[in-house]
Design a protein around this ligand. Structure first.
Ligand SMILES: NC(=O)C1=CN([C@@H]2O[C@H](COP(=O)(O)OP(=O)(O)OC[C@H]3O[C@@H](n4cnc5c(N)ncnc54)[C@H](O)[C@@H]3O)[C@@H](O)[C@H]2O)C=CC1
Ligand SMILES: O=C(O)[C@H]1O[C@H](OP(=O)(O)OP(=O)(O)OC[C@H]2O[C@@H](n3ccc(=O)[nH]c3=O)[C@H](O)[C@@H]2O)[C@H](O)[C@@H](O)[C@@H]1O
Length: 480
């Protein structure tokens, strides 16, 4: 029986391996991690991550051909194929701080593989890494190996959170990069035969190592660029009276452009877009390409602009001060159908409002109070480290309350900011909410989820990203 071991039981390692175990009953899959609490959760009824459909897949295969363990070395030693899906955060100190990928966790995993291996192995980069990382990993593995043959493959993951299981069941493509040598090609075929259990052959793309590594960074950069493009247009829409949804619809009808990923928003979040673009920028700079670096940097600058533009709009609309005012924050996760808050735009918006001395009452159906408090007190990029190595927040942010219901969050509030597009926010009883709020009552819809006209009829002053402005808002320009 082929044995697979995956180092890193996170958002990628857990779901990816669970699906491989489901689709390949003839393969034994072990997912290992240094975090005891994460592995305990994977072995319990409450999985460490919320992802639609995941519980079912795990329950079907756990204990049969899917195992979660902290015995990292044993499972690596026994495996034929080792996936590495550990954190690759942005460096916060030293050379390349604020941009370059921190490969500490990757390097320690590679060194451990070299130390414990007693048989030939295929080592698969599942984490998103800088282009040319495979070369460095090869050096680590071959330097310490006692005549053992390691083949390195790049097999980046393209799943999106919230739809991870769907994406894994039916991926647009699976990308496998390897060395252009007979041994490299044989390794590619071995990994291809795993995916071929359920992915049609024409969707499995093979390439050289560097193309595979770079394709992942490029794909995320292109996706984020679309959002920054539509968000940039949303600012112009507000200034001119155009409606960004109508513009996006018209633009997306061009089959060369396509309709997906054109939703204007308060900004993109998530663990990867910003991190991967910063990484791309750094690689361009290191390769003497400052113009290319600056081009991609702009995608992040527009994203930061969009978040601060939103905060300015809230403050300026409310007579240029939110000091002491209660603001309800509906939604904290970086998108719907996930409890993940990594780089969520809600963090920057909340910090911006707190900077203006607002009192916040936050509700998200999937995010705990502890998580929100940690997010609001953590330093930028600190979140992207194994949980037990993250700084614990010594204090809680006093002006922040977390409640378990949208009605409690909005009671006596002056304004509401919708920051995640949870479906339930579309069908709230807004009349009831209006009745219990301070007047004038404001809704700032950062995700364009509410029916603005209906809310205006109730009496709300409504701001929707990229939509024609209320007279009230026109009179209160948001100047930083
Ligand atoms: N989250 C996502 O949707 C996607 C993430 N990626 C990439 O996949 C990689 C992993 O991301 P996530 O799964 O989101 O991160 P995560 O933080 O959820 O999981 C990483 C896990 O690796 C463990 N770990 C770190 N060093 C270890 C070591 N030496 N030995 C054993 N375990 C170790 C950590 O304890 C943690 O549980 C990153 O490079 C990310 O860019 C790629 C596609 C999608
Ligand atoms: O490398 C990764 O981590 C993953 O990053 C993204 O997936 P993810 O971050 O999980 O979620 P997305 O659906 O891409 O959303 C990212 C952010 O963009 C925002 N977004 C998305 C689409 C859109 O039209 N507008 C918009 O503001 C979302 O609300 C969210 O904050 C990519 O979609 C995945 O292909 C990739 O594998």
């Amino acid at each position: 029986m082929v044995k697979i071991c995956c180092i890193g039981a996170g958002y990628v390692g857990g779901p990816t391996m669970a699906v491989i175990a489901l689709k390949c009953p003839d393969i034994e899959v072990a997912v290992v991690d240094i975090s005891v609490s994460r592995i305990n959760a994977w072995n319990s009824d409450t999985l460490p991550i919320y992802e639609p459909g995941l519980d079912d897949v795990v329950k079907q295969r756990r204990g049969k051909n899917l195992f979660f363990s902290t015995d990292v070395e044993k499972h690596v030693m026994e495996a034929d194929i080792v996936f590495v899906s550990v954190n690759t955060p942005t460096k916060t100190q030293g050379l390349g701080a604020g941009k370059a990928a921190d490969l500490t966790y990757w390097e320690s995993a590679a060194r451990m593989i070299a130390d414990v291996s007693k048989s030939d192995k295929i080592v698969v980069e599942k984490s998103t890494v800088p282009v040319k990382t495979a070369e460095a990993i090869e050096k680590i593995l071959t330097h310490n190996s006692k005549g053992i043959n390691f083949q390195i493959l790049s097999n980046p993951e393209f799943l999106a959170e919230g739809t991870a299981i769907e994406d894994l069941f039916s991926p647009d493509r699976v990308l496998i990069g390897g060395r252009e040598t007979p041994a490299g090609q044989k390794a590619i075929q071995a990994l291809k035969s795993v995916y071929a259990h359920w992915v049609p052959e024409e969707r499995i793309i093979c390439s050289n190592l560097w193309s595979a590594e770079l394709s992942k960074l490029a794909a995320n950069a292109f996706l984020a660029q679309r959002i920054s493009s539509v968000n940039a247009i949303s600012a112009l829409c507000e200034a001119t009276g155009a409606n960004v949804q109508e513009v996006a619809h018209a633009v997306g009808k061009d089959t060369r452009i396509g309709p997906k990923f054109l939703n204007a928003s308060v900004g993109f979040g998530g663990s990867c877009f910003q991190k991967d673009i910063l990484n791309l920028v750094y690689i361009c700079e290191c390769n003497g390409l400052p113009e290319v670096a600056n081009y991609w940097k702009q995608v992040i600058k527009i994203n930061d602009y969009q978040k601060s533009r939103f905060v300015n709009r809230v403050v300026s609309s409310m007579f240029n001060t939110v000091s002491g005012k209660k603001i309800a924050i509906l939604g904290f996760a970086f998108k719907k159908d996930t409890g993940d808050t990594r780089e969520t735009p809600a963090i920057d918006v909340c910090k911006g409002l707190l900077g203006d001395k607002a009192r916040l009452s936050i509700y998200d159906p999937q995010v705990s109070e502890d998580q929100i408090q940690r997010d609001l007190s953590m330093k930028k990029f600190d979140w992207d480290h194994p949980i037990h190595l993250q700084p614990q927040s010594p204090t809680t942010v006093k002006q922040v309350g977390v409640v378990w219901d949208a009605y409690a969050a909005t009671k006596d509030a002056h304004g509401i900011c919708i920051l995640t597009e949870w479906d339930e926010f579309k069908s709230l009883d807004y009349q009831k909410i209006y009745d219990q709020m301070q007047k004038p009552a404001f809704v700032f819809d950062g995700r364009n989820v509410v029916d603005a006209e209906k809310l205006r009829q109730i009496g709300f002053i409504v701001y929707s990203i990229g939509k024609p402005l209320d007279e009230w808002l026109k009179d209160m320009p948001a100047v930083a």
